[in-house]
Design a protein. Structure first.
Length: 242
């Protein structure tokens, strides 16, 4: 089984805009009857350039794709699938970033920033489960994916959810998982084993956001020395009944 070399999980500083001090992740939420893409950290979410949403997919219960449109608004993005989905996946390409000697970050590769002391390309990935019984397709489209090994909607709060973390479609060991990215974004709940597997406690009756982050070395690239990857898995812990 192929495992990937990674560098120091959860070091998000490289993806920050100049002057920001908080790390940011990506997930989706149902708000006002719409599926909205959220770019944030913990309980906070920020405005972002919706053009950076590079891809989105929606799936029915059988795992077949549903046509989906990305509505790019002034400060965020909204997904508009042709019909209610069982699952959605999103990619935000944050571009190349270079740090200068004075600790500032510029949204360009090192070939354009001659004084760069550190350069990387950051991506944010999100997988959301909305309906019980969904059969997920292969998720190679997500560079970093947190894949549930049982239906997360049937587990329930206070019980462990078995997951597997895939990097470029292959299991990766030593990944630290944040079990409640919104409520406790710095609290590690589990770490993947040699087969990329872990068990993460379902924390909330409402929205659960499980998150992971990796740095992956890149060789022979004029602009970057590594990729910075963030991924989230979201689902509701308990079904809502009127």
């Amino acid at each position: 089984m192929t495992l990937h070399k990674v560098i120091s999980p959860f070091g998000l500083c490289a993806v920050l805009f100049v002057g920001q001090v908080q790390a940011h992740g990506l997930w989706t939420e149902q708000r006002r009857g719409a599926i909205e893409v959220v770019y944030g950290h913990g309980a906070e979410d920020d405005a972002f350039d919706a053009k950076k949403i590079s891809s989105a997919w929606a799936y029915d219960v059988a795992g077949k794709q549903i046509p989906v449109t990305v509505q790019r608004l002034a400060d965020h993005a909204r997904l508009q699938p042709l019909k209610p989905p069982a699952a959605v996946a999103v990619v935000l390409d944050n571009g190349a970033w270079s740090q200068t000697p004075d600790k500032q970050w510029i949204n360009q590769g090192r070939s354009q920033v001659p004084t760069s002391v550190h350069s990387l390309h950051t991506y944010k990935f999100s997988l959301a489960i909305y309906r019980e019984g969904v059969r997920l397709p292969a998720l190679d489209v997500l560079g970093l994916a947190i894949v549930p090994e049982v239906d997360p909607l049937k587990v329930g709060p206070g019980k462990p959810l078995p997951i597997r973390v895939l990097l470029d479609g292959k299991p990766v060991a030593g990944v630290k998982l944040i079990g409640d990215y919104r409520g406790a974004p710095h609290s590690v709940s589990a770490e993947t084993d040699s087969e990329g597997r872990a068990q993460v406690m379902v924390r909330n009756e409402g929205l659960n956001i499980i998150a992971a982050e990796l740095y992956v070395p890149v060789e022979n690239d004029a602009d970057i020395s590594e990729r910075g990857l963030f991924s989230s898995l979201t689902f509701v812990g308990s079904a809502h009944h009127e």
